[in-house]
Design a protein. Structure first.
Length: 424
């Protein structure tokens, strides 16, 4: 009845019947992707270059889109017969405008009996209609289109992945060495801006607000592998020795303030001219060091043995090191004389293995240490001078750390690999 009084019509046929999801959603959301690849080289050098552009519009009728630019470059050069050098780099730059997804929930509850805009709502900043005009005063039924309109959520992201490697053939393909250094450099910067606006007393922002969140992360991994392969008659073996070192850093800064002008040139928060409403920082820094070895042996490609051992160190734990051995056995039965003349089994192999696996992909130990001092912590009693007696103060350290360590999984595996040769 309030809708008929306000916007016309009759009780059975009001003039207003708003499809809020129809108002929020676009008729189409086009996406385009373009790629360019260039490759070339000579006997000594080969290279490739790639570029990609992705442009995608969102489905909400508001600032809602995603653009990403990718560049890739790869080059490998044979400097000498015994030395190969390589370099790869991936660059990604993107910008994302995220919609106010809460508007979809409002569209679920909003009454169709009031329109998107109301010229009689003269107090509204942009002429939006108010749910209070037909008697809703609790904010649950607020105007979804206005909620989507007064939202600016932009994230700029940058990432660079360079990698360098060198392969050395030290001794006639028997002893080789590979070293590789890889990095990840990236940052995300999010601006979430809410302007000062008014629709009604339940849907309003008396002061503009800006929240700025910056994430910066870096890591590097340096791997070194020394491999030895050889054979003598029917005996074949290999030995790999490796070392890996890595470090990860992440830092996050979040700040928010009220009364920020609309123009983006003024989107900076400082203590002198802004009303700071929040500030926080967070971050992590973790490092790891690993040593590992792997040996393989086979006789006539029939009896197989593989053994590995890893020693992994992580700064995340008080007990830094974890040790993880494994061993595997295999028997290729189709290489045996008693299966040589059959025509059904093309390959039959029995295998089994045992090993321990370690995982440090969790948050690091957290905690703090407290230094306690005073007479209550002293175990020495006596007199400091002849005039009067006094306790000798003592000191204790109280450690409050979460006691977590390497996650270790022990596994036993058995398997049968079977290839059947079926002739028609």
């Amino acid at each position: 009845m309030n809708s008929v009084t306000k916007f016309g019509g009759t009780g059975f046929s009001p003039n207003t019947s708003t499809d809020w999801y129809g108002e929020l959603l676009k008729n189409n959301a086009p996406m385009q992707s373009h790629s360019l690849d260039i490759m070339g080289g000579t006997e000594k050098i080969n290279y490739s270059f790639g570029a990609n552009l992705l442009d995608q519009e969102g489905i909400m009728s508001a600032k809602n889109e995603y653009k990403r630019y990718n560049l890739r470059f790869q080059m490998e050069a044979k400097a000498f017969d015994w030395l190969k050098l390589g370099f790869t780099a991936h660059l990604s730059n993107s910008i994302l405008f995220s919609p106010n997804n809460g508007a979809f929930m409002l569209a679920y509850y909003a009454s169709p009996l009031y329109p998107v805009y109301d010229s009689n709502n003269t107090l509204a900043t942009d002429g939006f209609a108010s749910s209070t005009s037909i008697g809703y005063n609790n904010g649950v039924f607020n105007n979804p289109v206005a909620a989507a309109h007064y939202n600016y959520d932009r994230t700029k992201a940058f990432q660079l992945l360079p990698s360098f490697y060198a392969d050395l053939n030290i001794w006639k393909d028997k002893i080789t060495f590979r070293t590789q250094f890889s990095q990840k450099l990236g940052s995300n910067h999010n601006y979430n801006y809410r302007p000062q606006y008014y629709v009604d007393n339940t849907q309003r922002s008396q002061l503009s607000n800006l929240k700025s969140v910056q994430d910066r992360y870096t890591n590097y991994i340096w791997d070194n592998l020394l491999t030895y392969k050889d054979n003598a008659g029917d005996h074949n073996w290999s030995l790999l020795l490796g070392q890996s070192v890595r470090e990860d850093r992440w830092r996050k800064t979040e700040v928010s303030a009220d009364d920020i002008p609309k123009n983006e040139e003024s989107w900076y928060v400082n203590l002198g001219t802004r009303s700071i409403t929040g500030y926080s920082e967070d971050g992590t820094r973790n490092a790891g060091l690993s040593y590992f070895a792997r040996g393989t042996y086979d006789y006539k490609k029939t009896y197989l043995l593989t053994a590995t051992f890893r020693a992994d160190g992580s700064s995340k734990y008080q007990t830094r090191w974890g040790y993880f051995p494994s061993v595997g056995l295999g028997w290729v039965l189709t290489n045996e004389n008693f299966l040589k003349d059959q025509n059904v089994l093309n390959h039959l192999k029995l295998r089994g293995s045992w090993g321990k696996l370690g995982n440090d992909g969790i948050n690091a130990n957290a905690g703090y240490a407290i230094l306690n001092t005073g007479n209550d912590f002293s175990g020495i009693f006596g007199s400091i001078n002849s005039a009067n007696g006094a306790f000798v103060p003592g000191y204790t350290i109280e450690s409050q750390f979460s006691r977590i360590g390497w996650e270790v999984v022990e596994e036993w595996d058995f398997g049968l690999i079977l290839h059947l040769l079926i002739k028609s």
